[in-house]
Structure formats: structure tokens, C-alpha cells
Design a protein around this ligand. Structure first.
Ligand code: SAM
Length: 295
């Protein structure tokens, strides 16, 4: 056991936290597994951790047992609060629980940097929060790393490379300003109740600056247009994005007959700069240092 609190099955029985489908509740009850996920997040001892959707607290206990300085947990289901209070009592001053919807709560008032985000989220909320966390107007963001559970198909979209079916908007958003990798695969049986699909934990580390210069808003617009009609050639799918799009594509080194899934992150950024009237050296952006790497 990682701590002297009751096993999670007993916690669930004591507090009547039968899993509810509507809240996306698939609990992790193996504390060795939750400790492993906590370790995948990196050194927690000097960090505050934001955990969304702690449920009965399996991952929360893993984070605290692995030495997190402070955990802020946001849970929508009030039935879980007594169980989380017991954990807070076991780790005095290290766990704060907010009862509410993570999509509506601003956690930053309760967190001190450096901040790591570690969560086993319901899948629908997970993708929405990931996109929010990846698209602030300023970079670097409030977080140092995100360690998040997704259904495997979504995890594969986050780490996908050009030329693959999974490559799209999520890959570009994630890999433009972060380093993303899958750190753990989990079968349905790891959860109670088991979901229909397999899951993976993805770890994203924020880069100090975007990998290639571009305006976030322009890059998003180009990528959304390109992948919304991913079977079309870019000269057609991007027609509405900017005048003279074929010239820009050629100047960015992209064949106008290519499809979006063939285009690297670097080329998408070059295209975004050209659309913004930047000659392509990135200086018109924010002049930040360029970081080379995959994409
Ligand atoms: N972290 C726990 C674990 O690993 O066993 C629970 C995981 S369960 C997949 C997702 C949790 O997120 C549930 O406890 C659910 O009540 C909570 N939840 C769902 N939507 C939420 C939201 N919008 N804000 C905060 N918590 C939410």
C-alpha cells in the first residue's frame, strides 16, 4: 500500500460513490497504478499539481504519496467530497479540494508555480481542457507539464506525425509548443467499470517558446481549414483563408496539390507567417528563439 488510508473499494462502499456514466466515471482503484501515473509526471516535490476529476481519490493519493508539494483537486461530483476530505486530513496542508466544474473554475488563484497538471479526466472534458491549455495567447503557459489520460485513439492523435491518419489539428497544437509522448497504455480492465476502449497516458512538457514562429491565431485558422476538408488539395481547402493562397503555399515549400496530412508543422508555420505578410524569417512574430525538433 502507498498509504495507510482504506483501500479504494472500501472508500467507494463507505461513501456510496457508485460510478455514474453521465459524469464519465471510470475509476482507477489500483494504487500502484495511480502511483505509476504520478511518477510519469516527473518530480513533483517542488511543484503544485492541478488534478481535475479526482473522484474517490486514487490518483490524488498517488500524487501525494509521490511527494507533490500541494495538490489542487477540482471535482464536480459532490458525493466524492467526504472521501477527498479524508485524504486531506491524512496529508495536512497539502490537498485543497474545489467542488465544481473544471470548465468553469479558474484554478490559478490557488496554485503557485511551477505547476504540473495530472488528471484522469472524462474523455469529452479532457479534449476540451487540453485544447484550452495548449492555446493561451501567451507562451509559456501556466503549466510546466500535462500528464493526462485519454482514450488511446485521442492519445495517438496528439503524438501523430505527418503522413499518418491520426495527424491533424490536435497534433499541430500539441507539438508546436510542447513535447508530447505516450508514457503508459492501459487496457479497459484497469478501470472500474471498464470503458469500451483502451486508454493511454500522454505527457506533454511545455517548450519555453514555440518550435517555429507563427501567430497562434493564423496557424489555428490554417490548420482548421486544411484538416476540416482533409481529403481536398490545400489549394482548394485553403482558398477562403487568404488571397493568393497558391503563391503562399509554393513560397512555404508546400505543393498546392498536397493534402493537409502531408504537411509538416514547420511548413504550416511558414505558411502562417507568409499569410501574415511575414517574409518567412519569423521576425514579424515575437522574435522568439527558434527551437528545432520533430515536426
Ligand atoms: N481520477 C479518478 C480516478 O482516476 O479514479 C476519477 C476518474 S473519472 C474518469 C473522471 C472524474 O472526473 C469523475 O470523478 C467525475 O465526477 C469528474 N468530472 C467529470 N466532469 C467533470 C468536470 N467538468 N469538472 C470536474 N470534474 C469532473
Amino acid at each position: 500500500m502507498i498509504d495507510d488510508l482504506p483501500p479504494l473499494r472500501a472508500v467507494i462502499a463507505t461513501h456510496g460513490i457508485a460510478a455514474r456514466k453521465a459524469l464519465g466515471q471510470n475509476f482507477l482503484l489500483d494504487l500502484n497504478l495511480t502511483a505509476r501515473i504520478a511518477r510519469a509526471a516527473g518530480d513533483l516535490s517542488a511543484c503544485d499539481v492541478l488534478e481535475v476529476g479526482p473522484g474517490p481519490g486514487g490518483l490524488t493519493r498517488g500524487l501525494l504519496a509521490e511527494g507533490a508539494r500541494h495538490v489542487l483537486a477540482i471535482e464536480k461530483d459532490a458525493r466524492c467530497l467526504p472521501a477527498l476530505d479524508e485524504i486531506a486530513a491524512r496529508y495536512p496542508g497539502r490537498l485543497t479540494v474545489i467542488s465544481g466544474d473544471a470548465l468553469a473554475v479558474d484554478p490559478l488563484a490557488h496554485l503557485t508555480p511551477p505547476i504540473r497538471v495530472v488528471s484522469n479526466l472524462p474523455y469529452n472534458v479532457g479534449t476540451e481542457l487540453l485544447v484550452r491549455w495548449l492555446t493561451p495567447s501567451d507562451w509559456p503557459p501556466f503549466w510546466t507539464s500535462l500528464t493526462l489520460m485519454f482514450q488511446r485513439e485521442v492519445a495517438e492523435r496528439i503524438v501523430a506525425k505527418p503522413g499518418s491518419k491520426a495527424y491533424g489539428r490536435l497534433a499541430i497544437l500539441a507539438q508546436w509548443r510542447a513535447e508530447a509522448r505516450i508514457v503508459l497504455d492501459l487496457p479497459p480492465a484497469a478501470f472500474t467499470p471498464p470503458p469500451k476502449v483502451s486508454s493511454s497516458v500522454v505527457h506533454l512538457s511545455a517548450l519555453p517558446a514555440p518550435r517555429y514562429p507563427a501567430r497562434a491565431e493564423t496557424l489555428s485558422r490554417v490548420v482548421a481549414a486544411g484538416f476540416n476538408q482533409r481529403r481536398k488539395m490545400l489549394r482548394a481547402s485553403l482558398r477562403g483563408v487568404a488571397p493568393a493562397i497558391e503563391d503562399h503555399l509554393i513560397a512555404a515549400g508546400i505543393a498546392p496539390t498536397d493534402r493537409a496530412e502531408q504537411v509538416s508543422l514547420e511548413a504550416f508555420c511558414a505558411l502562417a507567417r507568409l499569410i501574415d505578410g511575414d517574409a518567412g524569417d519569423g521576425k514579424a512574430d515575437d522574435g522568439r528563439r527558434r527551437i528545432t525538433g520533430p515536426g
